[in-house]
Design a protein around this ligand. Structure first.
Ligand SMILES: [Zn+2]
Length: 417
């Protein structure tokens, strides 16, 4: 498959130079003007490419269709990418640099010499010797997350349009704002989108398919004390602050926290504490890859809180648990073809597929629970949300190849169920 790499790179470089950083805590949607302008430009590009039903709705969700070229009915497949970049690092005035034929040495970024990429700190760079690496100049993030995904999807569509001999069903595209501030699917209308299955193109290293997310709950532990004038409090005052502090102090020190776990381990994470003598509350994030593990952690915390309250007469504890999201694997298992076909497409693109899990949630996970199964495919990018973000041009081309294979596989062996 001969992917037009120059056009892919040209798109990518143009996109990253537009500032689409999203902003936290903004009522307006999308949260920034830059995203609106970018989406309007992207809409024109989709039309110029020859895609159909190009539509930018009132929430600035941009959707489009590549019609099927088959006589038979196969599932409608969606590709989704987000247009915003992380609020954590500036995305204004991005000056992308292509380091051609990477030689395996350290890359010092000219805009800030303290920003250095090297195979020691980024082992994946060692796999990219001879490839073309794109970085920022070190003063901003690059924005491969997720402009690589956008450039890859458009290039795959362009390829399919210029190769009508490649069989594919109807393909739906969606480009969404405000993913990085957790609002990427706030107004996403799964029914209107009309895909049977979808893929976000928003992942990392070449070959990866993310099919798991955390299961997540939030827990509020509220201690009630008794407040009286401190000068006359002997035998009467019960200080809720001290109960809350005791709970935090009793949490395991060497395990079960964000700072002591990785891989498939879950954690409990007190992230806010607030209150006074009368009432103090500790808010915790509970995370695990399995619901059972989540429930176990919640039982453990509830028992701990109850024991603390029992030890102090006059106090009382209330516990509130709210579900945040669930591991998308539970949903994806309902239709194994969605991940299986992605794995096969990656193999056909000449890569070793790797199923990975995300220690967080994704837009795709939310969509899975809204009825649209949506695992996450790699873009080839690394070090997202940082000034050390980088991507290999050759990996981007492999992502395009993967998307083309994927729609072909659905056309070959994906009758609607
Ligand atoms: Zn992303």
């Amino acid at each position: 498959m001969q992917i037009p790499v120059e056009r892919l790179v040209d798109r990518f470089l143009r996109y990253v130079q537009m500032d689409t950083q999203s902003r936290e805590g903004v009522a307006e949607y999308p949260s920034t003007e830059g995203q609106r302008q970018f989406l309007q430009m992207l809409a024109r590009e989709l039309e110029e490419l020859g895609l159909k039903e190009v539509e930018l709705d009132q929430h600035f969700y941009l959707t489009a269709t590549l019609p099927s070229n088959l006589q038979t009915q196969v599932p409608v497949i969606g590709f989704i990418a987000h247009v915003d970049t992380s609020p954590e690092v500036s995305g204004a005035g991005v000056k992308p640099i292509i380091h051609r034929h990477y030689d395996g040495q350290r890359i010092q970024l000219p805009g800030d010499p303290s920003v250095v990429l090297s195979p020691e700190t980024d082992p994946e760079l060692a796999n990219c010797i001879g490839q073309d690496i794109i970085t920022s100049d070190g003063t901003t993030l690059l924005g491969a997350d997720d402009k690589a995904g956008i450039a890859e999807i458009l290039t795959a569509m362009e390829y399919l349009l210029s190769h009508p001999e490649i069989p594919h069903g109807t393909i739906r595209l969606a480009f969404t704002p405000d993913e990085e501030v957790g609002r990427g699917t706030d107004f996403f209308d799964v029914g209107r989108f009309g895909a049977h299955y979808a893929y976000t193109v928003d992942g990392g290293a070449a070959g990866e398919v993310e099919n798991e997310t955390f299961c997540a709950d939030t827990m509020t532990v509220r201690f009630h004390g008794v407040n009286v004038h401190p000068g006359y409090a002997k035998g009467k005052m019960v200080n809720a602050i001290k109960l809350a502090a005791r709970l935090v102090d009793k949490l395991p020190k060497a395990s079960m926290s964000p700072e002591t776990t990785d891989g498939r381990e879950g954690y409990v994470h007190p992230h806010a504490i607030e209150g006074g003598v009368e009432l103090a509350e500790v808010r915790l994030l509970i995370r695990d890859f399995e619901v059972e593990g989540l429930k176990e952690k919640e039982r453990y915390l509830s028992r701990l809180a109850a024991r603390i309250a029992r030890q102090v007469p006059g106090s009382r504890v209330e516990i509130q648990i709210k579900e945040s999201y669930r591991n998308m694997r539970y949903k994806l298992e309902e239709e194994p073809r969605v991940v299986d076909f992605a794995v096969e497409a990656i193999r056909r693109a000449g890569l070793e597929p790797k199923l990975t899990s995300i220690r967080g949630g994704t837009d795709g996970a939310r969509l899975c629970y809204q009825g649209l199964l949506t695992p996450n495919l790699f873009t080839g990018g690394h070090n997202f949300h940082s000034r050390r973000e980088w991507i290999s041009v050759q990996d981007m081309a492999r992502a395009v190849t993967t998307l083309v294979h994927l729609v072909q596989i659905w056309a070959e062996k994906g009758p609607i169920r």
